[in-house]
Design a protein around this ligand. Structure first.
Ligand SMILES: [Zn+2]
Length: 489
């Protein structure tokens, strides 16, 4: 198949993108033929112009990408190796430790084998034997595709085999040096900035690379639990009443809202996002019980969480911060109650109605309920949908979601990408898949007669970076973050 690398005349672009650009579009050169059932209007060409596809691919490859959701730890933490709790092992198996481990476990890999595979105490070269029996079953999933692209682009290895595992480990060690975050994110993936939901315990991370690893304020512990230990000491407030806790919540916004890009909650991992407005007087008795360590019923817990959710969300809205909520699919394995996820889009519409001034970002396209999420974004001005994580959960669903979104809901309300990883290496693989998917979605819309070529080209910059820059006010945030007291340049 003729690829972008062999056919593109824009050498400067190719030079900057390296082989990633070529790889990203390999395979996009054959949009599906039109079936009779998909016949386009008579006024449009029935065959996609090969040149159109190429123009769209070139534009998508060249555009900087804004990454709206990551869990990246600090580079300095990563360089500590397995001494850091979020670095399970400091070898090539680390790339498999976030998400792909779940496909391996659901394929049947025994837990003990997985523990050895991700152990810091097992020789990296012996790890392939643990993976090999399960590799064929998982190697074509999106989780694996992102890792395989990363291994190919970062270490120059096309296939994992007995013969290549040594080169993969060598490549891992050679790349993992000071400066490798910028190398992977900026130089290779052409990512302009990331938005990190820190998982190392801080409600807001003072990143040493604040303009690259921009941060969300984590609000989940403000209302679920609540997590006194995580939020109160830094605020220097002794919590004896609900009013004290309100002051703690306000302290975080007063100190960090100007530096944060958004707030984030993954509370949908334990309940639906059906937060009702509950008055403080109704929540206070429950709060006092929790404070005393007394048991509370499920109904009481919901009442308190609902009240505090809005306390945090109203603060976010006052400080012009969008509210990112996990919806849809669960990370991990053998735990997801699908019927709860199915309620997320309906509850999302209630949130939009209850707070018209809050800009909600519903994450992960609510997979698998993405058709419903398009309906939410079409109906509600304050609803946005983030495709973060979706290209590796189900790359074809993600591409179809984007195609349908563009012809259904306003195009300024979709965010195309967040790799959602703790290790940085597979971010590159995921970014390649996202670019490929965006190019494919737009090319197919042109080929099927729903968009003209110029309509499609006009959408490239808004989708890849324009929407995120505007929604999160990234120009102003970048200026503020560059001057943050903890910025080290
Ligand atoms: Zn996430």
């Amino acid at each position: 198949m003729k690829t972008y690398a062999t056919s593109c005349s824009r050498r400067a672009l190719l030079k900057r993108l390296g082989s990633v650009g070529a790889l990203a579009v390999a395979g996009t050169a054959s949009a599906p033929a039109l079936g009779a059932a998909q016949a386009p209007p008579a006024s449009v060409p029935t065959r996609p112009a090969r040149g159109s596809r190429r123009q769209i691919e070139q534009a998508v490859m060249a555009a900087p990408l804004i990454d709206t959701h990551e869990h990246l730890i600090e580079e300095s933490d990563r360089l500590q190796g397995a001494a850091h709790p979020r670095v399970v092992c400091d070898d090539w198996a680390l790339l498999f430790s976030h998400y792909l481990n779940s496909d391996l476990l659901t394929s049947g890999m025994p837990t003990e084998a997985m523990q050895r595979f991700l152990s810091a105490d097992v020789d990296p070269l012996e790890k392939w034997a643990l993976l090999k029996p399960w590799w064929q079953a998982v190697k074509n999933t999106g989780y694996a595709r992102a890792v395989r692209i990363a291994i190919r682009e970062l270490y120059g290895v096309d296939e994992l085999t007995d013969a290549t595992v040594g080169r993969v480990q060598e490549g891992y060690e050679k790349l993992r040096r000071p400066g490798f975050y910028r190398r992977v994110l900026n130089d290779l993936a052409n990512i302009e900035s990331c938005q990190v939901n820190c998982l190392t315990g801080e409600a807001f991370k003072e990143s040493a690379m604040p303009t690259l690893l921009m941060q969300d304020i984590s609000i989940v512990g403000m209302f679920a639990g609540p997590n006194f230990r995580q939020y109160a000491p830094k605020a220097g407030i002794e919590v004896r009443s609900l009013a004290d806790w309100h002051r703690v919540i306000r302290w975080w916004f007063d100190h960090y809202a100007q530096y944060a890009v958004a707030v984030k909650s993954q509370n949908a991992y334990s309940r639906d996002i059906d937060y009702e407005r509950v008055a403080a007087e109704q929540a206070e008795p429950v709060f006092n019980k929790v404070l005393q360590g007394e048991p509370v019923s499920l109904e009481e817990r919901k009442r308190l969480e609902d009240h505090l959710f809005w306390e945090a969300v109203d603060q976010a809205t006052t400080h012009h911060l969008p509210v990112k909520l996990h919806t849809g699919f669960y990370a991990g394995q053998n735990s997801m109650p699908l019927e709860r996820l199915a309620r997320n889009p309906g509850s999302a519409t209630d949130l939009c109605r209850r707070s018209p001034d809050t800009r909600f970002v519903f994450m992960h396209i609510g997979y698998p309920y993405y058709e419903e999420m398009i309906a939410v974004a079409k109906q509600w001005t304050n609803a946005h949908v983030d495709m973060c994580w979706s290209w590796i959960i189900n790359p074809i669903a993600a591409k179809d979601f984007l195609k349908k979104f563009v012809v259904t809901a306003p195009a300024n309300k979709v965010l195309p990408f967040g790799a959602d990883y703790i290790p940085v290496e597979p971010v590159l693989g995921h970014a390649v898949m996202a670019r490929r998917g965006v190019a494919q979605a737009l090319s197919e819309l042109v080929a099927e007669g729903w968009l003209s070529l110029s309509d499609a080209l006009e959408l490239v910059d808004p989708i890849l970076h324009g929407n995120a820059r505007r929604l999160f006010d990234l120009e102003a945030k970048t200026r503020t973050l560059a001057k943050a007291p903890w910025a080290r340049g």
